[in-house]
Design a protein around this ligand. Structure first.
Ligand SMILES: *Cc1c(COP(=O)(O)O)cnc(C)c1O
Length: 312
C-alpha cells in the first residue's frame, strides 16, 4: 500500500493539517496541497527568500514594511516574480480572507525554482512565488510569555555577513538549528548565537534587546533587520527611551536589567533566565512591559495596520 489513501483522507478532514490557505500558480488551495518539486533550488540548496507578516484581530500589521523588505531580498538574490507589490498585497489578503483566520501567520516566499534541463546554472531556473496564511504562531507559548523565556547563548557562530547577506530573510538555518539543540542540551528553551567577534547576533527567527539603566541596546550588525526590531526603535522614540544598535559583547547579557526578543511570530517576548541564571531578579521587567503594551496597542492604529476584508 502507498500512503495515498491516507493523504486523501487528510484532505477531506480539515483537522489533520494546520488549517490555512496557500496561493500557488494562480490558484488558492488548502495549505496541505501547496507543493514544490524536490528538484527546486529552494529545497536542494536553500536558494530562497521569504517574508512573514502577521494578522492580528483581523488586520495586517506593517504589511508595507514586510513587502518592502521582501522586494529588497528578491533584488539582492536576482530573483523576480510575476506580481507587483499591489498584487501580492491582494494575494495575501485573499489567503487570509479565505482561511477565515482573525489571527494569522502569513508568509510570502520565492524559491530559485527549477530549470527544465536540471542545469547547474541558477540563471536557467524559473523563480517560484508562493504564499500562505495559517493560524498565528509564536516563538514563546503563553506560559513563556507570562514568566519570560529561558535562553542560552550558544558558542555557535552565525554564518558571517560576508558569506550570506543577513539583510536577506532566508532559510539558511543550520547554524540557528545547531544553536537550538545546544540550548536544549543546556536545559534552555531557545538560543542566541554569536558573531565571529564573540558579540551576540540573533536567535532562530528573532532579534534581541538588552535594557540597562533605562537604556536599550541591540546588535547593530550581522542580523536581519527585523520589522519588530524597527518597531521597537519607533516605540522607544515615542516613549522617550534611549535605544541604540551597537556591538553587544555576550558578557554584557549577564548584567542586564532586562532582556527581550522580538519577532513577527510573537512580538515582544521577555527573557528572564540566561544560561540558567536569572536576568536581574528573574521577573519580567517594567521597560519590557511598557514596550510590549504599546506594541500591541499599535495593532489598532491605522498608521501601523490595515484591516482584512473578509467578505469574499
Ligand atoms: C524573521 C527573522 C527575525 C525577526 O524579524 P521580524 O521582521 O521582526 O519578524 C530575526 N532574525 C531572523 C534570522 C529572522 O529570520
Amino acid at each position: 500500500m502507498t500512503s495515498r489513501p491516507i493523504v486523501e483522507r487528510q484532505y477531506r478532514d480539515p483537522h489533520h493539517y494546520p488549517e490555512g490557505i496557500a496561493f500557488q500558480d494562480g490558484q488558492y488551495l488548502p495549505v496541505s496541497e501547496a507543493k514544490i518539486s524536490v528538484l527546486d533550488w529552494g529545497f536542494l540548496h536553500s536558494d530562497a527568500t521569504y517574508d512573514t507578516v502577521h494578522v492580528w484581530d483581523g488586520a495586517f500589521f506593517r504589511l508595507d514594511r514586510h513587502l518592502e523588505r521582501f522586494w529588497g531580498s528578491l533584488e539582492r538574490l536576482r530573483m523576480s516574480i510575476p506580481y507587483d507589490p499591489a498584487q501580492v498585497t491582494e494575494i495575501l489578503h485573499n489567503c487570509v480572507a479565505l482561511s477565515g483566520h482573525r489571527n494569522a501567520y502569513v508568509e510570502m516566499l520565492c524559491t530559485r525554482g527549477t530549470s527544465p534541463s536540471f542545469s547547474r546554472d541558477p540563471r536557467d531556473a524559473v523563480n517560484r512565488f508562493m504564499a500562505f496564511a495559517v493560524p498565528f504562531g509564536s516563538v514563546a507559548n503563553a506560559e513563556q510569555l507570562a514568566r519570560g523565556l529561558h535562553i542560552a547563548v550558544s558558542d555557535v557562530v552565525r554564518i558571517p555577513p560576508s558569506s550570506v547577506d543577513p539583510a536577506i530573510k532566508n532559510y539558511h538555518w543550520l547554524d540557528l538549528v545547531r544553536g537550538l539543540f545546544d540550548a536544549y542540551d543546556q536545559g534552555a528553551e531557545t538560543a542566541l548565537v554569536v558573531d565571529s567577534q564573540g558579540n551576540v547576533a540573533e536567535g532562530p527567527g528573532f532579534n534581541v534587546f538588552l535594557v540597562k539603566d533605562g537604556s536599550l541596546a541591540t546588535p547593530a550588525d550581522g542580523v536581519l533587520a527585523g520589522i519588530t526590531r524597527q518597531s521597537v526603535f519607533e516605540i522607544c522614540e515615542e516613549l522617550g527611551l534611549a535605544c541604540a544598535p551597537r556591538a553587544l559583547p555576550r558578557a554584557e547579557l549577564a548584567g542586564a536589567d532586562e532582556l527581550f526578543i522580538t519577532s513577527t511570530a510573537g512580538g515582544i517576548m521577555p527573557v528572564t533566565r540566561i544560561n540558567d541564571r536569572p536576568v536581574n531578579a528573574g521577573a519580567v521587567g517594567p521597560v519590557t512591559r511598557r514596550i510590549k503594551d504599546l506594541y500591541w496597542a499599535k495593532h489598532s492604529d491605522p498608521a501601523w495596520s490595515s484591516p482584512v476584508d473578509y467578505s469574499l
